[in-house]
Design a protein around this ligand. Sequence first.
Ligand code: SAM
Length: 247
Amino acid sequence: MRVDIVTLFPELFDTFLKTSFVGRGVSTGRLDVRLRSPRDFGLGNHKSVDDTPYGGGSGMLMRVDVMVACMEALDLDAESAKEEKPRARRILLTPQGQPFAQAAAARFAGLPAIMLVCGRYEGFDERIRGFIDEELSLGDFVMTGGEVAAMAVVEAVVRLLPGVLGNAESTHEESHAEGGLLEYPQYTRPAEFRGQAVPEVLAKGNHAHIKEWRKGQSLARTLSRRPDLVTAAHVAADTAGKRKSAS
Ligand SMILES: C[S@@+](CC[C@H](N)C(=O)[O-])C[C@H]1O[C@@H](n2cnc3c(N)ncnc32)[C@H](O)[C@@H]1O
């Protein structure tokens, strides 16, 4: 999969792209990341990429002409590399977008290419919205730039690409995976730490009991922390499971 990134600070990605699963995705060719700076398309002697807002107001805005030139250059790079799908799905990173969630990560992992467009300053000239496919936010807070949001998207997507994680099962059983619930509590050695013991059911090793315990814990944990994620289907499945194990 290809990820094109429009950023004024490509150097921020240097270590990121070499580390852990992202690094593995890149080194095995499963993830191809191409960075392009709008500065390369900046105007005048100073290679300006921003300007003052019409109507006044504080701060500077990223110019639409410069941003679109950069985005289109990434498409042209892909075209000249004879990519099958040169035009990537363009995603604007902005606190005004839809909150980024696992479903979007899964959708992106199924695409041949996405483009992540990072802002700086006070954001973008509104007209950039005519050149993008969707807007995503990392959450209801404001950062100084879109790069951390872009890294979050890459991190979430790369672990869903076939062959990047050693054990694909781990992405099925996680929080926010297909079931939509939070993951059950997990433990490793030591068996006891400062008076807290690992639950007996896990130590005993009966797989059917462990599976049932984990399901229950997953639902209970989600109900207490994120009740908004629990549906009637989850509760019905839990009740049916309990009836079955009682009979
Ligand atoms: C200081 S912010 C601009 C905020 C803008 N003035 C507003 O009120 O919506 C600069 C850039 O950081 C990025 N950014 C900031 N917060 C973000 C968030 N929660 N999610 C995604 N990107 C964000 C965006 O790319 C944004 O254009």
